[in-house]
Design a protein. Structure first.
Ligand code: HEC
Length: 101
């Protein structure tokens, strides 16, 4: 199950699907519901240590690497595996990239 999910992410990343096929509207909804509380409604940051996506912080990493962090959680950021589908995680990562100013 975990391996299958990771493989699905890898295949999606290799195929360039996140950029091409991501649903930004759904990514925005996921962001508002699950992420904005810590990362700020416009990605300006919130809780201490949360990357400021509007400044592009951490976004130089690949979609796959960012998706793994979101799935597993990182320090105070909870793991979203089992909360969000991999597809939703890729959508929200595509949305994060639109927050850069
Ligand atoms: C409880 C607060 C909290 C929530 C909720 C939260 N984050 Fe985070 N997030 C953080 C913090 C703090 C960090 C920095 C962790 C570190 O590297 O020390 C972080 C880091 C990240 C990173 C960078 C990971 C890396 O590998 O550098 C991404 C991407 C991210 N968050 C996306 C999201 C997304 C997408 C959501 C919603 C699905 C979300 N976060 C929800 C607090 C949160």
């Amino acid at each position: 199950m975990r391996i299958a999910a990771t493989l699905a992410l890898l295949i999606a990343a290799l195929a360039g699907l996140p950029a091409a096929g991501a649903d930004l509207a759904r990514g925005g909804q996921v962001y508002a519901l699950h992420c904005a509380v810590c990362h700020g409604p416009s990605g300006q940051g919130g809780v201490p240590g949360a990357p400021k996506f509007n400044r592009g912080e951490r976004l130089m990493q690949s979609d796959l690497a960012l998706a793994e962090s979101v799935r597993r959680g990182r320090n105070i950021m909870p793991a979203f595996a089992g909360v969000l589908r991999d597809r939703e995680i890729l959508d929200v990562i595509a949305y994060l990239r639109t927050l850069q100013r």
